[in-house]
Ligand binder design. Structure first.
Ligand SMILES: Cc1cc2nc3c(=O)[nH]c(=O)nc-3n(C[C@H](O)[C@H](O)[C@H](O)COP(=O)(O)O)c2cc1C
Length: 240
């Protein structure tokens, strides 16, 4: 199986260690590709909207976005990690997610995303881990990913891995190993089941696209939907 990991920090701190515990369960039977942010997608979206209006290849950061997307589309399992920074995912993670705004369902979602599984690992000192995970989850669910598992941790006292109490490390490890075992048991030759909420989002956007298409049949997103057959009877969760 193939795993693509997108780390919201380059630091080899607690987030890194927790991710290593999770990935440790896959080492012998997975091909793992890792990205570290901001290194692998360093620059912010400037709001030129070229990706929305015309083509994503016109983005000034297309070389980074293309590499990330290729690895995500080829993966069976996506893993996202981030510490909480001021109650949210890191700015580097947000920067990367902004670049995939054009992949949100109201625009041009990739059909492969509808069958994917994802795991989000976040942690914080006291509060903000859940909202950091939500930042990532919002994008994944609007990309069409149905199966998203969140593992979030609160350290409470110590933030340096080598100083965290053994008992605390053991409880975090137990939770991550359980999550990894669940994900390992999945038959990745079959796509994940598409949730009803994902389908409802799709049908709401489909209605919107059909209306937009009536006003302007050359509208970029409408043409994408039409070419994929989604304004007709085709559905992305049946096309992978
Ligand atoms: C800029 C910044 C903002 C932070 N904001 C929060 C926060 O809102 N809530 C929290 O509990 N911890 C916060 N922290 C602490 C980190 O989430 C915590 O130390 C975490 O363990 C760091 O993970 P790392 O070792 O992988 O870098 C913040 C740390 C930084 C550097």
């Amino acid at each position: 199986m193939k795993i693509t990991v997108i780390n919201g920090t380059e630091k080899q701190g607690v987030t890194f260690r927790l991710k290593e515990v999770f990935l440790g369960r896959f080492c012998n039977n997975a091909e793992i590709t890792e990205f570290f942010l901001p290194r692998d997608c360093p620059d912010c979206c400037t709001g030129c909207t070229a990706c929305f209006r015309t083509e994503e290849r016109l983005c000034k950061d297309a070389e980074y976005v293309r590499k990330l997307e290729k690895a995500m589309l080829e993966a069976d399992l996506l893993v996202f990690t981030s510490p909480a920074y001021v109650f949210h995912a890191t700015g580097a993670m947000k920067t990367m997610l902004d670049h995939f705004g054009y992949r949100w369902m109201p625009h041009r979602p990739a059909k492969q995303m509808f069958g994917k599984r994802a795991v989000i690992i976040t942690q914080c000192l006291g509060a903000g881990g859940k909202s950091a995970a939500k930042d990532i989850r919002d994008s994944l669910s609007w990309w069409g990913v149905s199966k998203i598992k969140v593992c979030t941790f609160r350290l409470m006292s110590e933030i340096r891995w080598d100083r965290i109490a053994d008992k605390k490390k053991a409880s975090m490890t137990k939770k991550l190993v359980k999550a990894a075992e669940q994900m390992r048991r999945i038959d990745y030759s079959r796509p994940a089941r598409t949730k009803i909420t994902t389908k409802l989002k799709f049908y709401a956007v489909r209605m919107l696209q059909k209306n937009l298409g009536k006003q302007n049949p050359e509208y970029t997103d409408y043409r994408y939907w039409k070419d994929n057959g989604w304004t007709g009877s085709a559905r992305p969760w049946k096309q992978r």
